[in-house]
Design a protein around this ligand. Structure first.
Ligand code: PLP
Length: 367
């Protein structure tokens, strides 16, 4: 058992959520399912900050990103992919495989998207149908200025905004309707502290109109059909009922605590984790202004490696993630989203100095 699991997802399940997943399944065409799925959607709406359609899909977050892409962009459509890391790159690749003409607007890893650069990119590329943006880039621990990006998109174009909120949903406001996101894609297994297996896709009326006006090439990921099923009180296909049970229990916990309190708890844990890691000699990747509420990424001190730090922590029951791609050896990422206590974050940062001391090789040779 991983005692203090501080991955960047999946996150541990609270006891109430864990217990709920063990209940007997119900049929998704039975009357009892109707109130059940309707209640979940109603309780997800404020988490997204929308009064529009929210569709649970049985797949991971990436499936939700695919669904968003294939419903609103098609072959030849121009798409601006704003990327600040590997998940932004992946969203662009998904649109590319859907046949879109993808124009990249990339920012260096560790920084947030600069809305002025997004504005310039929109002015350079005419006829952009959709802009892809990652709200919280999990590979670097950076939170993008989603509202500012949306504002620039609205000022410069009629493009739809598709936002990957997989690792921000439930940790910080998405405020979808207020900021003008057209499709927001979340997942169950991160800050929502529910079991893996569900993508949660919120679709605004502009995006729904576009999706309705075209024939979705995917039967499984047809968002208008999925949204109509939810209105009827079922799902288009057999859902992962135990994951929905878990999500129901998690939403009860979230709303019981109050959304604002949940967001504030994430903010405080992030501040605490960042201070602790910096004090232990780790160089924080994100500046304070764009720091993620969900995870902290930091460069390990000279003379050791991320893999060695992770292995040392694991021997004490603490599980963290290392960097992605070229950051694999130099960066560790500590998740502080979902069901996590101050004591668990304090334990991670208190263990770091010993991990560094035990893993640093001769005379400070840089990794
Ligand atoms: N987008 C972001 C920002 C993520 O953090 C992740 C997973 O870590 C994904 C997309 C992919 O989600 P999944 O692994 O559920 O497919």
């Amino acid at each position: 058992m991983d005692r203090n699991m501080r991955l960047t997802g999946p996150t541990p399940l609270p006891p109430e959520v864990l217990a709920a997943t063990g209940r007997q399944v119900i049929g998704h065409r039975r009357p009892a399912f109707r109130a059940f799925v309707t209640g979940i959607v109603e309780d997800l709406r404020p988490v997204f900050g929308t009064s529009g359609a929210v569709v649970p899909l049985t797949c991971s977050g990436t499936g939700g990103l695919e669904a968003a892409a294939v419903n609103v962009v098609g072959p030849g459509d121009r798409v601006l992919a704003v990327s600040i890391g590997t998940f932004g790159d992946r969203f662009g690749e998904i649109a590319r495989r859907a046949g879109a003409d993808v124009v990249e607007c990339r920012f260096p890893s560790g920084s947030a998207a600069d809305p002025d650069d997004v504005r310039r990119a929109l002015r350079r590329s005419s006829g952009v149908a959709a802009v892809l943006v990652t709200h919280n880039e999990t590979s670097t621990g950076v939170l993008n200025p989603l509202a500012e990006v949306c504002r620039v998109v609205r000022e410069e174009s009629g493009a739809l905004v598709l936002a990957d909120v997989v690792s921000s949903l439930g940790a910080t406001p998405v405020a979808m309707d207020a900021v003008g996101v057209d499709v927001a894609i979340g997942a169950s297994q991160k800050a929502l502290m529910a079991p893996p297996g569900l993508a949660l896709v919120a679709v605004g009326h502009r995006a729904m109109a576009v999706a309705r006006g075209r024939r979705c090439p995917s039967v499984y990921f047809d968002l208008p059909a999925a949204a109509e099923a939810v209105v009827r009180g079922d799902t288009a296909f057999t859902p992962a009922v135990p994951s929905l049970y878990g999500l129901r229990a998690a939403l009860d916990l979230i709303h019981g605590a109050g959304l604002d309190a949940v967001f504030e708890r994430h903010r405080r844990l992030a501040v605490r984790c960042r201070a602790g890691m910096a004090a232990a000699g780790f160089e924080l990747v994100a500046s304070d202004a764009v720091a993620s509420p969900s995870l902290t990424a930091a460069v390990v001190p000279p003379g050791t490696t991320a893999g060695a730090i992770r292995a040392h922590l694991e021997r004490t029951g603490i599980v963290v993630a290392v960097g992605r791609g070229s950051w694999k050896d130099r960066v560790i990422r500590v998740g502080h989203m979902g069901w996590v206590s101050v004591a668990e974050i304090d334990e991670v940062v208190a263990t770091l100095p010993a991990a560094v001391a035990a893993t640093t090789t001769t005379a400070g040779v840089a990794p």
